[in-house]
Design a binder for this molecule. Structure first.
Ligand SMILES: Nc1nc2c(ncn2[C@@H]2O[C@H](COP(=O)(O)OP(=O)(O)OP(=O)(O)O)[C@@H](O)[C@H]2O)c(=O)[nH]1
Ligand SMILES: [Mg+2]
Length: 432
């Protein structure tokens, strides 16, 4: 295709398209966020454009004229990449590449790249690679270099490298077949991992489970650290956390919960990532209570809340008991964190805290406790004395309200967690 182009640097121009009905702050916020994503992916944004359009051009998303202007701008700004804030179809990407002669990336590609950089564990790596390959498959063109020469997971970074003289059609077919085969292998692996995770979760039944969910960078891991004392990774970066981490946390001397930190959400989360990370997100699906962590210092945090709620809806979690934790109260109005916290004190299902400054965390623990206590039952039981282990557990985990003995049986009135009662199948011992 004529002009050859080999990317030299990571200089990128960011472009967002504003469609009618979209408030201007929304397009700005979204492009700011793309800037942060680009930064995390180690791209240097040298320019940014918001292009108002009445509708999307099916051929190349933006108009042909605008694409030609972009080409000129890329030359002037010495940019090697154009990053679209919107998701492009494989055909739009190819058409833009042909006009602009630069590597074209979209939001999904950047997010996939960040995920592949941040994936530390085996499971996360498999999940990311699967998402990448699914994204890649319809986008393979003969501009692609031979896949077998590409190191598996990092394939996306080579995406759409316009002008890199690739192999012919036959090679392309081989590449496609290789990718399909790899997708099948990864899917099988993930299925196995999913089963193992399920078993681990089953073994944990009987303890009140709480999951931290929320927009990326809201402070979930910081809160996990503050509540559990574990040293999970905290970073001022998007998608610092990709794996679920679960820790036991004592709310008080009698109440233990399992707290899970997991991957954050973002606007327009790539569909393939969402599908691949299903196994990781199952941790949230199993929770008795969700802590929806919100960055209160972000000016349009309501729109992030909406995004998270949509993902929760996709996961079928819209009816799950949820406590909204407005975090970063220290940053909203510096020096007046206490006032911010007080403003939320009367909310039934919300609370304001600062995870980093450890403000109002006792109240948060109490609030979590109130949800877990609501899940408690008072039972009148008649347990044979021979059930020594069960009796010991009942004394440890439950609150014994009354206790007496008849023949070889212990009669107990005990208050304990519903899940725990189910685990030990206590209905067998209910006194009549
Ligand atoms: N000022 C202030 N900063 C906070 C607070 N909580 C977290 N942060 C900062 O916010 C940034 C993101 O925190 P994380 O805990 O990594 O956020 P996360 O929600 O786990 O993010 P991902 O794992 O990327 O989805 C870090 O720089 C934290 O130090 C807070 O209460 N106040
Ligand atoms: Mg995190």
């Amino acid at each position: 295709m004529g002009e050859e182009f080999t990317p030299q640097s990571n200089r990128a121009i960011l472009i967002g398209v504003a469609l009618p009905g979209m408030p201007s702050w929304e397009a700005e916020d979204s492009l700011d966020e793309l800037g942060r994503l680009a930064d995390t992916a180690e791209l240097a944004a040298v320019d940014r454009i918001i292009q108002p359009r009445r509708r999307i051009d099916p051929a190349q998303y933006i108009g042909k004229g605008k694409a030609a202007e972009l080409k000129q701008l890329a030359i002037e700004r010495e940019a090697d990449m154009i990053v679209f804030d919107n998701d492009l179809s494989p055909a739009q990407m190819r058409n833009l590449e042909n006009i602009i002669k630069r590597r074209i990336l979209d939001r999904s590609a950047v997010i996939l790249d960040i995920f592949s950089r941040h994936a530390r564990t085996h499971t996360a790596q498999i999940q990311v690679e699967l998402a990448q390959l699914n994204y890649l498959l319809p986008r393979l063109t003969r501009y692609w270099t031979h896949l077998s020469r590409q190191a598996g997971g990092g394939a996306i970074r080579g995406m759409g490298s316009a002008g890199v003289r690739g192999p012919g059609e036959t090679q392309l077919e081989i590449d496609r077949r290789l990718i399909r085969r790899q997708i099948n292998t990864l899917q099988a692996k993930l299925k196995k991992i999913g089963k193992q995770m399920e078993t681990t979760r089953k073994n944990r039944s009987g303890i009140f489970k709480v999951a931290l969910v929320g927009y990326t960078n809201a402070g979930k891991s910081t809160l996990m650290r503050a509540l559990s004392g574990s040293d999970v990774l905290v970073q001022d970066q998007l998608f610092a956390t990709l794996d679920s981490t679960t820790r036991a946390v004592d709310l008080d001397s009698r109440h233990k919960i399992l707290l899970t930190d997991t991957v954050g959400f973002i606007k327009r989360l790539p569909h393939h990532l969402f599908a691949s990370f299903r196994a990781t997100l199952e941790e949230a699906v199993e929770a008795d209570l969700l802590l929806h962590v919100v960055d209160l210092s972000f000016p349009h945090c309501e729109s992030q809340i909406d995004t998270v709620n949509k993902v929760l809806l996709d996961l079928g979690l819209e009816d799950r008991p949820t406590l909204t934790v407005y975090n970063k109260a220290d940053q909203v109005d510096p020096g007046r964190a206490e006032q911010t916290i007080a403003a939320y004190a009367t909310h039934e299902h919300a609370i304001a805290v600062s995870a980093a400054k450890r403000l109002n965390l006792d109240a948060l623990r109490e609030k979590i406790l109130s949800y877990s206590v609501a899940e408690e039952l008072t039972l009148d039981l008649q347990v044979p004395q021979a059930e020594g282990r069960l009796l010991a557990h009942l004394h440890q985990q439950g609150e014994i309200l009354e206790e007496s003995y008849i023949d070889n049986e212990v009669c107990l009135r005990v208050r304990l967690e519903k899940t725990w009662a189910e685990r030990w199948q206590l209905q067998r011992f209910i006194a009549n």
